[in-house]
Design a protein around this ligand. Sequence first.
Ligand SMILES: Cc1cc2nc3c(=O)[nH]c(=O)nc-3n(C[C@H](O)[C@H](O)[C@H](O)COP(=O)(O)OP(=O)(O)OC[C@H]3O[C@@H](n4cnc5c(N)ncnc54)[C@H](O)[C@@H]3O)c2cc1C
Length: 354
Amino acid sequence: MIGAAAARHLAERGVSTMLIGPDEPASFDTDGPYSSHFDQGRVTRISAFVEPWSSWAAASITRYPEIAATSGLSFHDPVGLTVISQVADTAATVGQDQGAEVAAISLSDLARRTGITVTPDFGHEAIWEGAPAGVINPRVLVEAQTRCAELAGAAVIREAVDDLHDTDDGVELRGTFGSVTVDRVLLATGAYGADLAGVTLPIERRLRTILLAELDDGPDLPTMIINDPPHEKLEEAYWVPPVLFPNGRTLLKIGGDSIPKLTASSNEDIGAWFRGGGSEEEAQALLELLQSMLPERTITWHTHKPCVVTYPETGLPILDFVSDRVAVAVGGCGAAAKSSDEIGRLAGELVVPS
Ligand SMILES: Cc1cc2nc3c(=O)[nH]c(=O)nc-3n(C[C@H](O)[C@H](O)[C@H](O)COP(=O)(O)OP(=O)(O)OC[C@H]3O[C@@H](n4cnc5c(N)ncnc54)[C@H](O)[C@@H]3O)c2cc1C
């Protein structure tokens, strides 16, 4: 997501740009590389618990219409957001500072409007953020950014890089596509960090599971984030309301941070996690949380899938050079989809300042 955005910004600035990365694999039975965006929905919002996530989101969201218009691809549905937390007012204040239409909503009003039910025992409060908060489709956003980059003159190679090394002329990248030598490289390789450059970054790769659930008819739902949800195996959770998936089903996606957290210590662990299909136990916890928060709805079908998210120690992405010619933009902290356009722009400015 960040790499495609960086390529768009660089190409539109007139920088000679090549975007290299594989399409989503047809099945999860390979060694990868895998990504954090093989999905139909991501929460987009301006409210956030800390800066600069809010300002990055606001800057990115402002540019969604131009990306959609240039690419001809629609990826944003402003259905709104609720955040349920003991410190929801912090997210509201940070968001308001960046222009978000966000206000407190009582738990009883939230239940009346949406059917979302939270027991007050946990000390939760809720906020409601209106449009443009809602849902983006990360697959379509990546394709839209790629099309915009191509239209601005970028070359696109839809394959993985297997090897990267310095030569007298620049940096040589090799893969099944052959070999190219370039002046500078931006690695936006998600959970694979700076491994291609032989550099280990201080990042944690969290192996997560998402639950996809089909619901009976009911009130429209917003995107939702809950801290300290009422389930002992979940530290936080979020959902994206029902959207159409490639299997033809309209599914709500719910995910979160499980207790204990599962992490990858190698790229092989990531491959094994995707091939293994994720955690049944985490999926069960998510199912129980979903049922408890939507007690009036019936879950008519569900399945689960693996995913990976990348957390630097700072809680912010790492945008830096790791050698004279190679920079990185990695570490989305489970929150970079909505803000990938601005993070990509900043990464482009790092690699080739305007
Ligand atoms: C289940 C889930 C839910 C999430 N929910 C939200 C949300 O609601 N809102 C939000 O804003 N964010 C959310 N996120 C986080 C968001 O999706 C990530 O922060 C974002 O995808 C990170 O973008 P990225 O470009 O750093 O990495 P990725 O999207 O993972 O992209 C990395 C790319 O690098 C490529 N790559 C890796 N190795 C190579 C190689 N050797 N050669 C070439 N290419 C390579 C991969 O193929 C991939 O395309 C969620 C993440 C997950 C997994």
